[in-house]
Write a protein of this length. Structure first.
Length: 279
């Protein structure tokens, strides 16, 4: 059976309340085509586990898809704080579990190894006090390094944007800890090209459930070695997220009103994206 699927078919089976891993890193390789597809399906009560991200988790929160998230941070860097994540944190509209990188890595690694918990170094932060359900001290003898026990992070599905011409971030760990992995790719190439540059393939075929061909599928974030982040569109998103009316208009324009990935390209207005969409 071919793993190559349409965007809509690939998202079949993701239920309300699913635990969803979001790959990439801030403005790099966020799986935006897949995220917009989830929003169009009106998914609810999702539990997000994003790598340090930006627009992907923030848009899902703003669209009302998220009940809780465990994350290091969600940020828009030079554009300011993540608007919907900040609003949700301030109002308590979603449950937020404060984590750091070692806790996410340790939890994902434990799930990948089918262990109930992972061990991470105690970095002497306030996290065990802020999130005692996650960070549990491990007894140790004098002179031994202090360690913390963190629960395994089991993911129902992970959304990624590949191939890896740059860093892999938490993507591989997320794939290893996930029941299902859906990836978007900019284009399908012959097997001989994959074999010629096999060092760029970080996920074995057995890990991946579905492959979606989505040119510029990480837009408006970057895809390492292929295209840069679209700063103008990221700024537009932040402005639109300032109020309910403007954000609804944004979703109507770029998500619910763009029923296919090619429609999204046309609505963005970039000549390069329009050219790609027409191929």
């Amino acid at each position: 059976m071919s793993k190559l699927k349409s965007l809509s078919d690939a998202l079949d089976g993701i239920e309300d309340g699913a635990t969803v891993g979001i790959g990439g890193w801030i403005f790099n390789s966020q799986p935006m085509a897949l995220v917009r597809g989830l929003i169009r399906r009106n998914k609810r009560n999702l539990r997000l586990v994003p790598a340090p991200g930006s627009i992907a988790p923030d848009m899902l929160i703003g669209a009302g898809c998220v009940a809780e998230t465990g994350c290091v941070f969600i940020s828009f860097e030079q554009f300011g704080l993540a608007p919907h994540f900040r609003r949700a944190a301030e109002t308590g509209s979603i449950r937020i579990h404060e984590l750091d990188g070692p806790a996410i890595a340790g939890g994902l690694r434990a799930a990948a190894c089918d262990l109930p918990y992972g061990l991470i170094p105690d970095m002497c932060t306030d996290l065990p006090r802020v999130n005692p359900q996650t960070y549990q001290p491990v007894p140790h003898a004098p002179g031994e390094r202090a360690m913390l026990k963190v629960p395994a992070i089991h993911l129902d599905v992970t959304l990624l944007n590949v191939q890896y011409f740059g860093p892999v971030f938490f993507d591989v760990l997320m794939a290893q800890a996930s029941k299902k992995v859906i990836v978007s790719v900019d284009r399908i190439v012959p097997t001989k090209i994959i074999r010629r540059d096999n060092h760029l393939t970080k996920l074995p075929s057995a890990f991946v459930h579905s492959v979606v061909e989505a040119p510029f599928g990480a837009h408006p974030t970057s895809s390492g070695g292929l295209y840069e982040a679209d700063d103008d569109h990221l700024a537009e998103y932040v402005r639109a997220s300032g109020g309910a009316t403007s954000f609804t208009k944004y979703l109507d324009t770029y998500v619910s009103g763009a029923t296919t990935h090619a429609d999204y390209h046309r609505r963005i207005g970039s000549p390069r994206l329009r050219e790609t969409a027409s191929r």
